[in-house]
Design a protein around this ligand. Structure first.
Ligand code: FDA
Length: 309
């Protein structure tokens, strides 16, 4: 349902008017703001609390070369601004934002334009994973870039997909850095586990492979049962706390984020920002129906005239 709603233009217009208007607006809980400066300010506050971060300039499913070129330039500008502001040098991006849906060569060219300054300034660039139609091509573009000797890059694998165990071995053979997530996209039974328990069980199997054979793995989840298993398995295998990291999303389980830092774990926060925040925001609502009430309460609390829910 949320995937369908995320395509609704009326809802998008409504959310755009109310969601980001002031620092107190409801979408600001999950999105740092619309401008690079907003993200840098949020990043500074997180760093001040001992958290690591990765900045994501929101955007996806770009269909024209001009849009892909624009997004590429924005990422290059983001790199410059991060360098100037002296925050941690780590960004996340989506290949469909850089032209993957147009053609692979455009996307690879745009990635190279970003990776050159990123390498020069010692950034780490994480390529997010999108819906399963993009999985194979995303990994192939990643391998192309790896073969071009870019080593400051990492990928994301989704435990919900049946193919992930194979992909994990493929990435481990390269010694590539993997972020393991459950998967945020609605996928058919032909390619993905449908039951939450099966996705969790797959996550645990893949986590063990990453701890035993991976390169600085990142475990991105807010699921406390999984988090406890990861910590115990890493301790059992003698993997030091600086040889892997946890990752969580901006605004989600801030209590856990803080407690992990206090316990001496590395915790990286994914900080999304930018004008194209609506699809990302809808995925977060879809993950937790209680968030819908949070939004409705926030909108009613703002008491904007003329808004009918
Ligand atoms: P689960 O959904 O079971 O949630 C466990 C608990 O976490 C909930 O009970 C609740 O307390 C809290 N929680 C989770 N989501 C919440 C929300 N939206 N609002 C409030 N509380 C919430 N996916 C993908 O397909 N490609 C990608 O590249 C990435 N990248 C990525 C980076 C990082 C740093 C994170 C943390 C996540 C991603 N994801 C992703 C998203 C991921 O696939 C998944 O959809 C979410 O992390 C939610 O799943 P959990 O593992 O947290 O478990």
């Amino acid at each position: 349902m949320f995937t369908l709603l995320s395509r609704s233009n009326t809802l998008k217009r409504l959310a755009s008017s109310y969601g980001m208007a002031t620092p107190a607006s409801f979408a600001r809980r999950f999105i740092a703001g619309e401008q690079i400066d907003d993200a840098i300010e949020a990043a500074r506050a997180l760093q001040g609390r001992g958290l690591h971060l990765t900045l994501d300039y929101l955007g996806e499913s770009v269909t024209t070369r001009d849009q892909a070129t624009w997004a590429t330039r924005e990422y290059i500008r983001l790199i410059d601004d991060i360098v100037a502001s002296n925050i941690e040098r780590n960004v996340s991006l989506k290949l469909s934002q850089l032209g993957l849906a147009i053609d692979r060569a455009t996307c690879v060219d745009n990635m190279r334009r970003i990776l050159e300054p990123a390498r020069q300034h010692e950034f780490f660039v994480r390529i997010d994973m999108e819906g399963s139609d993009y999985t194979e091509v995303t990994l192939e573009v990643f391998e192309t870039l790896w073969n071009l000797e870019y080593r400051n890059i990492g990928v994301v694998l989704q435990s919900c997909l049946y193919r992930t165990e194979r992909d994990l071995r493929r990435m481990n053979e390269l010694s590539a850095r993997v972020r393991l997530v459950k998967g945020a996209y609605r996928e058919p039974a032909a390619v993905a586990y449908q039951q939450k328990e099966d996705v969790g069980a797959a996550y645990l199997r893949q986590m063990r492979v990453l701890i035993d054979h991976g390169t600085y793995p990142a475990f991105a989840t807010h699921d406390v049962a999984l988090l406890n298993e990861i910590k115990s398995y890493a301790a059992e295998r003698g993997l030091a706390r600086d040889k892997y990291e946890f990752q969580m999303l901006y605004g989600i389980r801030r209590d856990l984020q803080a407690s992990y830092v206090a316990d001496g774990y590395r915790m990286r926060i994914y900080v999304p920002f930018g004008r194209e925040w609506f699809p990302y925001f809808m995925r977060r609502l879809g993950e937790r129906p209680a968030n819908v009430w949070f939004v409705i309460r926030a909108i009613l609390g703002e008491r904007r005239p003329g808004l009918v829910l």
